[in-house]
Each structure stands twice: as structure tokens, then as C-alpha cells.
Design a protein around this ligand. Structure first.
Ligand SMILES: Cc1ncc(COP(=O)(O)O)c(C=O)c1O
Length: 409
């Protein structure tokens, strides 16, 4: 048996697509300039698959600032990790601005959201500690539980009885700390963590709470401060995490918490201590982006109005879009039927509607969904055209939209 034997088979993630050297359902080649349209296979399509919530990816002021910044600070700058030679006053300023915005004492930057989640959780959880994680949490959080030396338990998605029973069991012979880990807005389904009850349980069982709010940061609440702030619970979140790859249309991530906790992470998060610091071009541009996000109430209003129009239109056609309160619009493929999902994607793309399918390992086995992201920049015409195309596809493919497995939602 050779290590590489599996590489020629259909096993592994998305194996059937890899075996076909697919560039349609996986790895589609797209126009690199983000916006509400894209070019796919030579055809202009309405883009529904990028996390450009506030429409900042195509913002001309940010583009101009990026060009100016790159003249002052080449891509190389700064060189080295923050710990050694890569720290600058600019990084410190951005961290201070982010901490203030997130109403925490301090914050730390990471080069990617994924690395931020990994580094933050793994640096804090020791051998005697336990992570209790929502089963549907993003891969970065699940991977962090594997990396951290502590134990972990997974509770059923947003199920407070399940969370409480784990916390009870842990407290019976507890030796260390407990960290509850969840997303704020669940990125694939668009539903919100039940933070009011999670916070109550956290108090009752003397645990700490980490929220990865990748999809709520800049998006939720009028202020954009995120999902905890939307519930009025920001002060109860021990570590708030956001990425810049979504509403901020950049790269990087941030953990915000009490100063002593952030200082600990700063010195112990291996994904940051042993990595080059965030490039200057991002640091400088993110300061401006943060200002636009802070003052982005009208963009958020437009985004939510667009989301409402899209959700209502699809739901009126009979599509099952779940119950998310965030802009994310998850369209479930009846009975998780992969073949049907592929047919719908193909037909929609023929009609100039670009959507992508989401399947295992991104969501549990048996579920296939299209994750659509209405943004502040989508127009009424684009929404109307999209709903019309979904109606056409429903009729052309004779879809039985009532056969969705409700238990899987
Ligand atoms: C919930 C969540 N956490 C973390 C990440 C990783 O963020 P980044 O793309 O900045 O590495 C993502 C991105 O898909 C995400 O959805």
C-alpha cells in the first residue's frame, strides 16, 4: 500500500469532482474583480456567491487608497513576525481602533481568519481544559479543537439542552477551564447562535465564550459591531473574533478581549508568533475600511432590504430558504439530491445567475444548499432577474420543492 494510492481514486473531499479535473462545480475560473457581476465561461453573470456584504470590494475610494499605500509600503513590508521585526505603530493603531469599535480592552491582528481562530483557541486551551463546540461550527474552530491539547465535546447545533448536558457532565469532575465555541452568524445557513441562552449557560456553569463572527462582523446590528452586539451581549462575550475577508473585503482577522487575554494570545498563538505580520498595505487600507464599516448604516440597511427581497421572492416560488435572520440566503436542494443540485446550478449559470453549491464537508452529509449572499450593491433589476431565473428552472426541471428533508435544516 502506497501513501499516494488514494490520490488516484474518488475518495477524499469532493473526490468525484477532483477525479474529473472539474472547473465547473469546484474551482470555477472567475473574473478576479469582485462585484455584483462576474464573467464565467465567457458569460456575464450576476454574482451571488461572494461575501461582499457591504459592497466594499468594488469601492473606488478603497481601491485608490490601496494604490497609494502600495507606493509607500511595498508588499514586502514589514518583514518578519510581530514578535521580532514585523511590528509597527500602524499595526498597533489598527488594533486599538478595532478594540474600541468592538468595545473590548484590546485586540490582536492575524493574517487570515482561519489562522486567527486556530491560534486564539489553541493558545488558550490547555491539557486540563475542555472546549464545548457547536457541531456546525466552521472548520477553523473544529481544527482548533484538534490542535489544542485539551478535550472537546460537540453539542447539537444551537441546541441549549445539548449544550447544558455537556456542561453539566464536564462540571462533575472538572479539572480545568471550559470554553464554549460557536459562530455568531452561521456562515452556511445564515441562522444566529442563540447567544442569550448560551450566555446564561456560560454564567451558570462558569465557562468562557468564544464567538467566531466572521459573517456578523460589519454586518449585524445597525452599528455593524456584530451578532453579540445585535443581542446587546457584547460584554458577555469573552473573546470576539472577526475576519476581514467578508464585509471588510480584505484579508486578515482579529481577536478582541480583555487586555491580559489578548496579551496571552499575542505571546502564545503559534499561528501568529511563528508567521510574518500582516502586510502594511492591508493594515493601512483596513483602517479606512473600518471607518466605512462603522459609518455603514445605510449600506447595511440596503443589504438587509435586498436580502428580504431575494428571500421573499425565492420563498414565494416554493424554494426552502431556512430561517436565517442574517442576509445569508441558504437555498436547500430538495432531499439533498446532488444530481438535482448540479442541474439547478448548471441551468442557472446558463441563464446568467452565478451560484455555487455547498456540500459535505462544509455542511453535514445529506445536505446540499446554495449559499447566496445579497449585498448592499445588488440592484432591484438583478434581484428580479434572479427570481425569474429560479422560477424558470423550477418549471423546466419540474422540481419537487416540497421534498426537502426538514430534519436536516
Ligand atoms: C465562520 C468562519 N470562520 C473563519 C473563516 C476563515 O476566514 P478567512 O477566510 O479570513 O481565513 C471563515 C471563512 O470562510 C468563516 O466562514
Amino acid at each position: 500500500m502506497d501513501l499516494f494510492d488514494k490520490c488516484g481514486t474518488e475518495s477524499g473531499y469532493f473526490g468525484i469532482f477532483r477525479a474529473q479535473d472539474d472547473y465547473f462545480f469546484t474551482r470555477p475560473i472567475l473574473d478576479p474583480i469582485p462585484g455584483t457581476t462576474t464573467i464565467f465561461n465567457g458569460k456575464k453573470c450576476i454574482q451571488w456567491s461572494i461575501n461582499n456584504y457591504l459592497g466594499l470590494a468594488e469601492n473606488q475610494k478603497i481601491k485608490a487608497l490601496s494604490e497609494e499605500t502600495i507606493k509607500k509600503f511595498p508588499l514586502s513590508s514589514p518583514m518578519g513576525s510581530r514578535m521580532m521585526t514585523g511590528n509597527t505603530q500602524h499595526h498597533k493603531e489598527l488594533e486599538k481602533q478595532l478594540a474600541d469599535y468592538l468595545e473590548k480592552e484590546s485586540s490582536i491582528l492575524f493574517n487570515y481568519g482561519y489562522l486567527g481562530v486556530l491560534g486564539t483557541i489553541a493558545s488558550l486551551v490547555d491539557r486540563n481544559d475542555t472546549i464545548v463546540i457547536d457541531k456546525l461550527s466552521h472548520a477553523s474552530m473544529l481544527d482548533a479543537t484538534f490542535l489544542a491539547p485539551g478535550k472537546f465535546r460537540a453539542f447539537r447545533h444551537n441546541d441549549m439542552d445539548s449544550l447544558e448536558s455537556h456542561l453539566k457532565r464536564i462540571n462533575r469532575d472538572r479539572k480545568g477551564g471550559v470554553l464554549i465555541v460557536t459562530e455568531g452568524v452561521f456562515g452556511m445557513r445564515g441562522d444566529l447562535a442563540d447567544l442569550p441562552n448560551i450566555c446564561k449557560l456560560k454564567e451558570k456553569y462558569d465557562a468562557r465564550l468564544f464567538i467566531d463572527d466572521a459573517h456578523g462582523f460589519g454586518v449585524m446590528n445597525e452599528t455593524g459591531q456584530g451578532t453579540a452586539s445585535y443581542f446587546g451581549l457584547q460584554d458577555q462575550v469573552d473573546i470576539y473574533f472577526g475576519t476581514f475577508a467578508k464585509a471588510f473585503a480584505g484579508i486578515g482577522g482579529v481577536s478582541a478581549a480583555d487586555k491580559k487575554v489578548v496579551d496571552w494570545i499575542r505571546y502564545n498563538a503559534r499561528t501568529q508568533v511563528f508567521a510574518k505580520s500582516l502586510p502594511m498595505v492591508y493594515v493601512e487600507v483596513l483602517k479606512k475600511t473600518l471607518e466605512m464599516v462603522k459609518n455603514g448604516a445605510s449600506r447595511r440597511k440596503k443589504m438587509f432590504e435586498n436580502a428580504e427581497k431575494l428571500k421573499t421572492g425565492l420563498s414565494n416560488l416554493g424554494y426552502n430558504i431556512g430561517k436565517g435572520r442574517s442576509p445569508i440566503t441558504a437555498v436547500y436542494v430538495p432531499a439533498g439530491d446532488l444530481k438535482m443540485g448540479m442541474q439547478i446550478i448548471s441551468k442557472l449559470r446558463e441563464l446568467g445567475i452565478f451560484i455555487t453549491g455547498v456540500m459535505y464537508p462544509v455542511v453535514p452529509k445529506g445536505i446540499i444548499l446554495f449559499r447566496m449572499i445579497p449585498t448592499a450593491s445588488h440592484t432591484q433589476e438583478q434581484i428580479d432577474e434572479t427570481i425569474k431565473a429560479f422560477a424558470f428552472v423550477r418549471d423546466r426541471l419540474n422540481l419537487d420543492l416540497n421534498s426537502v428533508k426538514h430534519a436536516a435544516l
